[in-house]
Design a binder for this molecule. Structure first.
Ligand code: ZN
Length: 252
């Protein structure tokens, strides 16, 4: 069936209007379309890990699929204690897991990350089956979306004033050994004179608007503690992590 030009214009105007109600138009009427085939899909740059702070995967699933009193939340993936991997949101869509956040100068991590929730109450160890599934999923996501290892991070790292997940029980060192996330290399040497630990924190990615919260997040992730002052060994670790981000050789 052929449509007369006037009707065709009307239909496209109407559908453009409908689309505009929810999202930006596919083709902006302010510009003349000169399509190019030289493009691909935008992709996430980071993977943000969470613990659910709940007692069961079913309870977490209900929360991640419903309207909560605190507002709706979701994640791309949920991994059960038994290792079961559930997907709730497509990877190219924006799940609501990060909230107000900042990492390495990137605001609004929801727009640029994959969120993975781990079924864990926040005080218990993470199960072996769950960690095995997480490592397999990270290998898959990181390869397909070309996620840099240092952009596998925790919710508490990107929202240090509000969040503390995953807990100090989370095995970041084991993850890094498998190629996901940063971890200090063996026996890092003391940093040179004039070393600025806060600059290193910023280079690693931490948001320093609340320095105490950032330090707490660093200690949770790298020292398994919640200390709010610098501890012996911190500067060696920070200097080594900074060197890794800046792709400088290890100093011993
Ligand atoms: Zn979280």
């Amino acid at each position: 069936m052929t449509m007369n030009p006037l009707r065709l214009a009307l239909v496209s105007l109407l559908s453009a209007g409908l689309v505009a109600c929810t999202t930006a138009p596919l083709r902006n009427p302010m510009a003349q379309w000169q399509g190019s085939s030289n493009f691909d899909a935008r992709r996430a740059r980071a993977v943000v890990l969470h613990h659910t702070s709940m007692d069961s995967v079913d309870e977490a699933l209900r929360t991640l699929k419903s309207v909560n009193s605190g507002g709706p939340v979701s994640a791309h993936y949920l991994i059960g204690e038994d290792g079961r991997v559930l997907q709730l949101v497509a990877e190219d869509a924006r799940a609501w897991h990060a909230g107000g956040s900042r990492w390495a100068g990137i605001d609004d991590l929801n727009s640029s990350s994959i969120g993975i929730e781990l079924d864990n109450d926040g005080s218990e160890p993470f199960s072996e089956a769950q960690l095995q599934s997480l490592l397999r999923l990270l290998a898959d996501i990181s390869a397909r979306l070309r996620i840099q290892p240092r952009f596998v991070i925790g919710h508490g790292d990107i929202a240090p004033t509000r969040k503390d997940d995953p807990s100090t029980q989370f095995p970041w060192q084991r993850l890094a050994q498998a190629g996901f996330g940063l971890w200090p290399r063996d026996a890092p040497a003391p940093p040179p004179a004039g070393f600025d630990p806060w600059l290193a924190m910023a280079v690693i990615g931490y948001d320093l608007r609340d320095p105490t919260a950032a330090m707490r997040a660093f200690h949770r992730h790298y020292r398994g503690s919640s200390a709010e002052t610098w501890q012996p060994g911190d500067f060696e670790i920070l200097h080594d992590l900074q060197s890794q981000v800046l792709e400088l050789p290890a100093t011993r």
